[in-house]
Design a protein around this ligand. Structure first.
Ligand code: GAP
Length: 536
């Protein structure tokens, strides 16, 4: 499947629209349409139900070191600015960017790659903003233009090795920027903090500056004590949160994959330090399996452990759950979720102040006068084990997923083209979204075969009976074959049709979206039939 086909379907069928489209759109922001809002809500609800509400704290789940509890929070998007100073986001949450003086475009330094080429005794670096095969073709095309060559002269280009990152280039004067025609128009890389700033209060001074949260996690850490004191949770336990996060990404791209406003589904799981490696392994596997259970294929989903150099300064281990999105080059994967062992970094930072790693130890960062660079809350965020009377700072395992990336992966996986009989019974090309039934925006559609002979009345009765229990859709417009196709394109697992036979024997036809099989059931059994088939 080409990404353009999915993007077009998402617009045509009301899954996703560019935000503020009537004004030309705003890069990095997206609106979910009538189908998209249901799909994403189902993703969020599946996660919340599977991770929180249906979790049984009395049993040991397969692979877990012990039984555990799960609870939830819904924190404010804007938090005290000190939160971001102690968490490290104020100083460290940045990307490097380069600007092009010619095209006036801005690029993320780590995302620009290119190839060295020599021609007409000139060695230059041809940069591209995309990776993979597309970048190879682009650099070839740009080099031909730069050296004023025709297709038959392509052999005059002497390529010097494969694509490499721009960060390997020391002298930018020999670099041809991704959208530039002249050499040396890229600036030196500069730091760019990704947090959105705003003002809280009427005065609007520097001290009123606050930030939109770039992750939901910090709301959980600063409420750790509140949760312990207001509930009876005992370690090990997890606190889950779903909510919006904001990052001023330099180059938002690939549909919703990298947006500036997005939703996260995060768990901070608190445990004893000595059991944390087992919990890390447990959550790694459990979260990977969640995506498989909801329909992502094993061939397109992988669990990748970070190399030591890739780990954040606080992390003792991180694994990414990655999906082979169709906009990536073959063999490339994009991150869906990170599962990180964060040690006691976060709770300690909010107690003591911003931590840095020194000689392998996490210590409070000091300013020139030997005082903490950013003071912590000074509150005791340790945990008292009431049985052993031990006090300790729990270690944290963090499975951190993106609701929009998960939704996008489920959309990509669901997209299928096959053949099905049209309204005249002739096999024709069909686009179908084969969503897992839990995720499908509409669970069933109800149609009268024709708009006469009392069929609409019966169909409306069935629709009204189903509506309080399931998301169902009623449609009596156009030929029934067309109505089936419309439902296939939004991924409705079942269609129920009232026809001539219904009026005689009270049975209706049920059609399966994937197999196209049709069978009859008594009209009063529609809810039970759907419930058993949808496993809901
Ligand atoms: N608390 C840890 C944390 O925020 P992260 O890897 O930066 O870790 C977690 O983000 C998840 O949030 C990612 O795996 C991804 O699914 C999602 N995410 C991060 N940045 C995003 C963006 N710009 N657009 C959409 N989703 C994003």
């Amino acid at each position: 499947m080409e990404m353009e086909q999915l993007v077009a379907l998402c617009k045509r069928r009301g899954f996703l629209f560019q935000s503020s489209e009537v004004y030309g759109g705003l890069q990095g922001f997206w609106d979910y349409g009538p189908m998209g809002v249901e799909l994403k809500r189902n993703v969020r609800e599946a996660w919340w139900r599977d991770m929180v509400t249906s979790h049984n704290e009395l049993d040991v789940p397969p692979g877990a070191p012990s039984a555990f509890e799960m609870t939830g929070l819904d924190c404010a998007i804007i938090m005290h600015p000190q939160v971001w100073k102690c968490s490290g986001h104020y100083d460290l949450f940045h990307d490097y960017m380069v600007d092009c003086r010619e095209s006036k475009r801005r690029y993320r330094y780590d995302q620009v790659c290119g190839r060295w080429v020599t021609c007409k005794s000139h060695r230059i670096f041809v940069a591209s903003e995309v990776g993979g095969k597309e970048a190879e073709e682009l650099t070839q095309h740009k080099a031909m233009k730069f050296f004023d060559l025709r297709a038959k002269d392509a052999a005059a280009l002497d390529w010097d090795g494969p694509l490499v990152s721009l960060s390997t280039v020391r002298d930018f004067s020999q670099t041809l920027g991704p959208d530039a025609k002249t050499l040396g128009t890229l600036t030196e890389p500069r730091e760019f903090n990704l947090m959105f700033k705003t003002i809280a209060g009427a005065l609007g001074g520097e001290e009123d500056t606050v930030f939109l949260r770039p992750e939901t996690a910090q709301g959980i850490f600063v409420n750790f004590k509140n949760v312990c004191d207001s509930t009876r949770v005992k370690i090990p336990f997890g606190i889950a949160q779903i909510g919006k996060s904001f990052r001023n990404e330099i180059t938002p791209r690939n549909f919703t994959f990298r947006s500036r406003e997005f939703e996260q589904m995060e768990i901070e799981f608190f445990c004893r330090p000595e059991t944390s490696p087992q919990w890390y392994q447990y959550w790694r596997g459990r979260r990977y399996q969640w995506y498989l259970d909801l329909g992502l294929s094993r061939e397109r989903l992988r669990l990748r452990d970070h190399e030591k150099e890739e780990l954040s300064h606080y992390s003792c281990g991180t694994a990414d759950i990655e999906y082979a999105f169709p906009f990536l080059a073959s063999g490339e994967f994009g991150e869906l979720e990170g599962v990180a062992h964060r040690g006691d970094f976060d709770l300690r930072s909010h107690m003591e102040g911003k931590l840095v790693r020194q000689d392998g130890q996490l210590v409070v960062e000091l300013d020139g006068e030997g005082k903490p660079r950013y003071r912590g809350s000074g509150k005791d965020l340790s945990y008292l084990d009431e049985v052993t009377k031990e006090r300790f700072i729990p270690h944290v395992i963090e499975p951190s997923a993106g609701a929009d990336r998960a939704t996008l992966a489920f959309l990509c996986e669901a997209y299928c083209e096959d053949e099905a009989p049209d309204e005249h019974g002739k096999p024709t090309r069909r686009v179908v979204l084969k969503f897992h039934p839990r995720l499908a925006p509409i669970k069933a559609a109800v149609f009268p075969l024709v708009k006469k002979d009392g069929m609409p009345e019966v169909a409306r009765e069935i629709y009204a009976a189903l509506k309080p229990h399931l998301t169902v859709f009623y449609d009596e417009k156009s030929a029934v074959g067309r109505r089936y196709r419309r439902q296939d394109e939004i991924g409705t697992p079942f269609c129920i049709t009232v026809d001539g036979q219904t009026l005689q024997d009270g049975t209706v036809t049920v059609r399966d979206r994937d197999t196209l099989r049709q069978w009859r059931i008594p009209k009063g059994e529609c809810l039970a039939e759907l419930r058993s088939r949808l496993a809901m």
